[in-house]
Design a protein around this ligand. Sequence first.
Ligand SMILES: Cc1cc2nc3c(=O)[nH]c(=O)nc-3n(C[C@H](O)[C@H](O)[C@H](O)COP(=O)(O)OP(=O)(O)OC[C@H]3O[C@@H](n4cnc5c(N)ncnc54)[C@H](O)[C@@H]3O)c2cc1C
Length: 421
Amino acid sequence: MKALQSQDYDVLVIGGGPAGSTCATLLADQGHRVLVLERAHFPRHHVGESLMPQTYWTLKRLGVLETLGKSACPRKESVQFVSSSGRESQPFFFTDRDPNEWSITWQVRRDEFDAMLLDNARTHGAEVMESVGVREVLFDGNTAVGVRATSNGCVKEYSAKVVVDASGMSAVLASQLDLRYPDEKLRSAAIYAYYRGGKRDTGRNAGATIIVHTPDRKGWFWFIPLADDMTSVGVVGSSSHLCTGRGDNPDATLDEEIAACPAAAARLQSAERVGRTYVTSDFSFRSRRVAGDGWVLIGDAFGFLDPIYSSGVMLALKSGEMAADTIHPGLEAGDVSGARLGRFGPELAQGVQRLRQLIYAFYDRDFSFAAFTRDHPDEIDRLVRVLIGDVFTDEVDPLFDALGEQVELPPPIELETDTGE
Ligand SMILES: Cc1cc2nc3c(=O)[nH]c(=O)nc-3n(C[C@H](O)[C@H](O)[C@H](O)COP(=O)(O)OP(=O)(O)OC[C@H]3O[C@@H](n4cnc5c(N)ncnc54)[C@H](O)[C@@H]3O)c2cc1C
């Protein structure tokens, strides 16, 4: 496809998950012609129900806080860690450090939450086509100029001044350009399902995400309370432990992992599994670049971090917002070069890196948060700030100096960039 003088759209977004919907909504708000192509038909299943409080600011900008406030989604005020034998840490209550409404968030069913955000993009003026899968991003030289997509077996091309890849772990463009690389130390897998009738905590901790260590700390479970007495339960561990030599029966593997962990089994004593069991493996990776001429990567399509701190949706919303705020002035100036579109990359990479360092600490077998906070009480506030997703500030960095004395932290994320020279 040749670069067109007048493209069909200003911006074409691949994927209508939280990253794509956010970027599309905010660019449509600025009067740009935006097309979202989404492979699935919404509502569609998606893992990742626990939000971080710092999603508040993007959700506010999108205008959906009232809808969430009126929903049946449990309010999440805390996160709590539990040993495999059932010894519970004090919950980290987010409002204890900052008693404001933005310190409380929600546990959401992603089929409903993502459909709500995609509908919101439509309401704000973006055109959305569902059941349309993008096969390939089209280039004129080094510049992205559109996509080739299929729907009901028909192939169609769409052109745009900027192509935003928000296709989640499919990472359409990063795969096409061979930009993906794994985070070698975080090669995990997850097996997960929904349960009805699981144990609920009460009071302020009723909406907490509960993290339960597996015996020998080989991995961990999440317990996320949802509306209608449902609980999302998943176990995360190394791919070799959860997948290799365990047969092709994820139901059985999940049952075995639960039975081997007294604290997890106790929470599900009178619960029944509802629906199918899902498996995802080897999911931590990043792209070497965040943008090029006429294209941008956001959300999981840029990179995915281990889900221990529930950071994925926050990073999807935030990167969608950062990209929109970079693309809009670029379109106004008639400059959609990689150098211009990639300006948000360093800030995004720093935020990801701050979470990544805390993830490395969690997986360090010699590290204990209880001992760390006892030895470094001055760092508790910064630790909670990272746990709520307040990672786009260098004010939290002294935490990593202290962590670095006990844990081998990962080197900084280096992004390849266009200098524009
Ligand atoms: C085991 C596990 C547990 C997790 N738990 C949490 C959690 O508790 N909290 C949290 O915040 N995050 C969690 N996450 C991460 C979170 O789910 C993701 O980070 C988040 O969904 C990223 O949003 P996104 O918009 O980038 O991608 P997605 O939400 O994946 O959206 C991408 C969209 O693109 C569409 N698409 C894909 N390919 C194409 C194509 N070729 N053409 C058109 N459309 C396409 C897909 O259908 C999809 O709708 C978890 C992830 C895993 C693996």
